[in-house]
Design a binder for this molecule. Structure first.
Ligand code: NAD
Ligand code: WQD
Length: 366
């Protein structure tokens, strides 16, 4: 179902002419919404499809407000609905697709494995069919460090064998396999798989950020909700890991750096045929307590925490060797842990109850 197009709206004619049109699946989600801003800021025409299964339409109003430009069209649909998805490609001359739409909660995937395979793998095959039908051959795919599983310590490069440890991780590894096969047998197809480590933070405006439903699974939104007083204390999962302070170490990456890498990826899609895989990370590990200390420092708030049992499935350390992407495109992240915490805190302060609770604050457009 088309919900709106820029052609219907006042001001659309003033939009700068864009070099090309990018379809963003999952464009209302955490990373997708920041990517839409990045692409609009760089002159792309952006078409969004999202079923809002983990997001809200008002996010896209904020995207447009930040960018000062309209998203070309927004379609509320499940990408597994092949007919509706095909109709989107009929209506727009799409040059490339950035595919974020997926379910992403590792724990939930262990309770609902079929739902995860159906959405993540089924969504991807449906998208590939529609792309094939419409001769759209350029794709940037959201993959994850989750495909590495428990690969041991030290920075992981892209040659690390996949050992997915959850249905979510397996669904991403399967999508990579499918994409690789498609590229092998259809040489005109070009795919960049980006394996993100831990994207966190928010747009510096404080208008866009991470707004998980219910109790956050992930560390940064949990810490932010403790700082703002929505939750009493942070459970720190494990204090006996073989790490400098005993808490688990991850490679946190600012969401703005993450989406800049996608824009750069679009510029480089045509550099080489076939499928290429790149890690997106900083190469720097931070422990849970490092992140808590950084957040405390930027927010000036106490972050009470309690060390509890390890979370099943967690590994002591996951750090990217992100040198391949730097060598290939010269792309390097520029924002440190302090900036990640500062921007996450800004979003949390402006939106203490997430997007829904802050609707009035931002006036009529929401
Ligand atoms: P998100 O849940 O915020 O965004 C995903 C968006 O896709 C949501 O708006 C959701 O409504 C939509 N969606 C889901 N299934 C859909 C379907 N069948 N049809 C249409 N829309 C659908 O997640 P995110 O954090 O922005 O993650 C984006 C992508 O990056 C995902 O593919 C995720 O697996 C991957 N990834 C995320 C992280 C992370 O830590 N956030 C890390 C590595 C990889
Ligand atoms: C980070 C650290 C927790 C919450 C996940 C997915 C991965 C990828 C990135 C999608 C861990 C600890 C957390 C809390 C805590 N996503 N923690 N208390 O697990 O590294 O990666 O996001 O592809 O697939 O698994 O991220 O933010 O959940 O946890 O102590 O309340 O914080 O144990 O060490 P994770 P996270």
């Amino acid at each position: 179902m088309v919900t709106r197009t820029s052609y219907d709206r006042p001001g659309a004619a003033d939009a700068p002419s864009a070099p090309s049109t990018v379809l963003v699946t999952g464009g209302a989600g955490f990373i997708g919404s920041h990517a839409c801003v990045e692409l609009l800021d760089h002159g792309y025409e952006v078409i969004v499809v999202d079923d809002y299964s983990n997001s809200t339409p008002q996010v896209l109003t904020r995207v447009e407000r930040i960018a000062g430009r309209f998203v070309g069209a927004v379609y509320e649909l499940d990408i597994r609905d092949r007919r509706s998805l095909s109709a989107v490609f009929d209506r727009h001359s799409v040059d490339a697709v950035v595919h974020f739409a997926a379910h992403k909660a590792v724990g939930e995937s262990t309770r609902m494995p079929v739902r995860y395979y159906d959405n993540n793998v089924g969504g991807t095959t449906s998208l590939l069919s529609a792309m094939h039908e419409h001769q759209v051959r350029r794709l940037v795919f959201s993959s994850s460090c989750a495909v590495y599983g428990d690969a041991g310590g030290g920075p992981l490069d892209e040659s690390t064998p996949a050992r997915p440890a959850s249905p979510y991780a397996s669904s991403k590894a399967l999508c990579e396999q499918i994409l690789s096969d498609v590229c092998r047998h259809r040489p005109e197809f070009v795919v960049l798989c980006l394996r993100y480590f831990n994207p966190v933070g928010a747009h510096p405006s404080g208008l866009l950020g991470e707004d998980p439903p219910g109790t956050p699974d992930n560390l940064m939104p949990y810490v932010a909700q403790v700082a703002v007083g929505r939750r009493k204390r942070l459970p720190v999962f494990g204090g006996d890991y073989p790490t400098p302070d005993g808490t688990a170490v991850r490679d946190y990456l600012h969401v703005m750096d993450t989406v800049e890498a996608h824009r750069v990826a679009l510029d480089h899609l045509a550099d080489a045929p076939g499928m290429r895989v790149f890690n997106l990370g900083t190469g720097t590990g931070s422990s849970v307590l490092d992140l808590v200390a950084a957040f405390r420092s930027v927010s000036g708030r106490a972050i009470p925490f309690e060390i509890v049992e390890r979370r099943p499935g967690d590994v002591p350390e996951l750090i990217a060797d992100a040198s391949a992407v730097a060598r290939a495109w010269g792309w390097r992240p520029t924002r440190d842990l302090s900036a990640m915490c500062r921007d996450a805190w800004h979003f949390q302060q402006l939106n203490p109850h997430g997007y829904a609770g802050s609707a009035r604050r931002f006036g009529k457009e929401e």
